[in-house]
Structures are given as C-alpha cells and as structure tokens.
Write a protein that binds this ligand. Structure first.
Ligand SMILES: [Zn+2]
Length: 352
C-alpha cells in the first residue's frame, strides 16, 4: 500500500485496495491470551463521516434514509406507524463483523498461530427516519419503540446456539468509530466471550461468592447512598457518573434491581428506561458540547445470564479522540473531569 499523501496539516489517506473476499476470523493473541477479530472485507464499508467537516456527504447518499431501502439489506424486523410506514427497522449488516453460517467451534492450530472462524449474526438498528438527528432528539415514546426493537433483535440473535455473547452498541460521530451519520446502532453475536466481558464476569462472580450480592447493584446502591455522582434516579433506574470513570463524563444508567440481560427487560421498564436514557443522553451532550459518544450495553456472557449476579446496565462514553500512548501502553485511562464534577454539571444542565 502506498504511504499517505501529506497536504498541509492534514493526512489524506489513500483509499485501501479492494478488500479480499475472505470471511472474518478470530486470531489468538498468545501474549495477552485473547481473541482478535480480522475482518478484511470491512475495508469496503461505506462511509459518509470523517473528522473533516468539508468532506461530509449529504443524505442523498444514505442507505438508511427512507426511499433507499434497497441499498440496505432486507429488514429482519420493523416498527411501523399508523400509516404503515417504518419508524425504526433492523437490517442485516451488509459488512458484518461475523461470518454467516453455523459455528462449529473448530480451532485451527499451527504452533502459536491459533485461529477460528468468526461466525455469528450482525444487524443494524436504524433508529429513526430522520437523517441528521441524534437518538436523544427523539421523544421518549419514540425512543421506547427503538428500545423495544433493540430488545426484540437481542432476543432473536441470542437464540442462536453459537452465541457466546450478545453485544449491543451505538457509535455516534467519527471519533466514536461511526462510519455513517444516520442514527443507528448495532447488535451482534460473538462465538467466543470477548475479553472485557470475560474479565467483568469473573470479577462479578467472585464478588457474589464473597458478598452474596450483585456487584453492579452493590456499586449502584453505594453511589445512591453517597449521592455526589448521581445525576438522576427514579423507582426503576439510576443515572450516575461512576467513581472510577474511564473517560470524562462517563455515565451509566443502571436498573435498580438486577436484570440478567437486556432481552429479559420487562415491558413495564421500557418506558422508564427510554425516559431516563433520553434525559441522560441530552445532559451528556450538553456538558460535553455535543461531543461524539458510544452507547454500550454491559452484560454478562450468554452462559452467565441466569447467574444471581447478572445485571445489565447501559454505559455512555464521550469520545474526544483516540486513545493515546499512555492508554495504549498500559490499558489505563486518564480523565480530566472528576465524576463528581461531571454529575454536578449534568444535574444542573437545563435540558427539555
Ligand atoms: Zn440517512
């Protein structure tokens, strides 16, 4: 591949060569004992976002806008309005991180070079027909419809026998890793338990053996008792900036009582969760000057959903730039706002 051309202070990356027609695979990193995903075909993922505003493309190219449905894969599930038009829809990802088919769990060994097929399902949830908006701009009722679709696709994908973990996340803005501007999120299955999930599950299981409680609930209850990092709470959820935040303005929305996985969220909690998520996202955007963000569902591996300590929560990570040398060297984060400051700012943020 040719090196990037330098124009002024901007690097303009030469388009990569057309990706080889190869299926995603997982390669074993023997040094850190974890799987890494290789998905070369995703080089061809369509992009309308870069860090340079002058290169933004308009909605006429967007495969997620109404009228462009043929440019995306067929819907797996939709939510319709009274006139039969879709308001939110799930489609298979045209550039999936996981290959189609059935996982047989076979690991190829060639000395230190272990590899296995990355097989699973990967869907995109198109959250609204409006191209140039944010999830938090939706009404709480419209947001509840989106969350209901999230839950439905989570349940459908979790039924795959090869789903070791179900991931649900949203990338908003180029610094979050988003490639398309139209509001959307993603749900996918993974045939192995990702390293962050495995580590968190081990810590939560150890806490339960020692204390007999859900670690997530123990933390949320401690934050509620302290109060200085709580943004808002009601009978069902608490929104807070955690004591040890990885990034400035990190925010969690935690169910007050344990729910093992997102698919088990009862109907009665979708409305309250939508209201809390809408208000919290608006506050995060306000105090971060509308910075890019990731929305991440935190939940155990598929095999641990019935454990008494299993307890999902939603995490918002504000993204101002990529991880720098300090973070990459040690895997340790550095924040410049304390969570107490962030929570105080969000409590006083005047959002509708
Ligand atoms: Zn669009």
């Amino acid at each position: 591949m040719r090196p990037p051309r330098v124009t002024g202070y901007e690097f303009v990356t030469v388009p990569p060569p057309h990706a080889p027609d190869s299926s995603p695979t997982l390669r074993w990193d023997a040094l850190s004992a974890r799987w890494c995903l290789l998905a070369a075909h995703r080089r061809d993922t369509p992009r309308d976002m870069t860090s340079r505003p002058d290169t933004l493309r308009d909605a006429s190219h967007c495969p997620f806008c109404p009228g462009h449905e043929r440019e995306a894969d067929p819907a797996t599930e939709e939510r319709l309005d009274a006139d039969g038009r879709w308001v939110a829809r799930a489609v298979t990802n045209r550039f999936p991180m996981m290959a189609s088919g059935v996982d047989r769990g076979a690991v190829l060994h060639n000395g230190v070079f272990r590899e296995r097929a990355a097989v699973g399902a990967h869907e995109v949830i198109i959250e609204t027909t409006a191209h140039d908006t944010d999830l938090s701009d939706l009404s709480a009722d419209a947001l509840a419809v989106v969350l209901d679709l999230h839950r439905a696709r989570h349940r459908a994908l979790a039924a795959r026998p090869d789903a070791a973990a179900v991931l649900l996340f949203k990338n908003r803005g180029p610094r979050s890793g988003a490639s398309l501007r139209h509001p959307h999120s993603q749900v996918l299955t993974c045939p192995v338990v990702p390293p962050v999930v495995r580590r968190r599950d081990a810590v939560a299981a150890r806490h339960f053996r020692r204390e007999g409680s859900s670690l997530v609930q123990w933390l949320a209850d401690a934050e509620l008792a302290d109060g200085s990092r709580v943004i808002a709470s009601d009978a069902h959820f608490v929104a807070l900036c955690p004591w040890a935040s990885a990034r400035s303005h990190e925010t969690w929305i935690v169910p007050r009582a344990p729910i093992g996985h997102f698919g088990a969220t009862p109907d009665a909690l979708l409305g309250p969760f939508a209201a809390m998520l809408q208000q919290t996202l608006r506050k995060v955007r306000r105090v971060s000057a509308d910075a890019d963000y990731n929305l991440l569902l935190r939940q155990p591996a598929r095999a641990r959903w019935e454990e008494p300590w299993a307890h999902w929560f939603m995490e918002i990570q504000v993204r101002r730039g990529g991880d720098a040398g300090f973070e990459l060297s040690g895997g340790m984060s550095c924040t410049v706002f304390s969570p107490e400051e962030s929570a105080a700012l969000m409590r006083s943020a005047d959002v509708l």
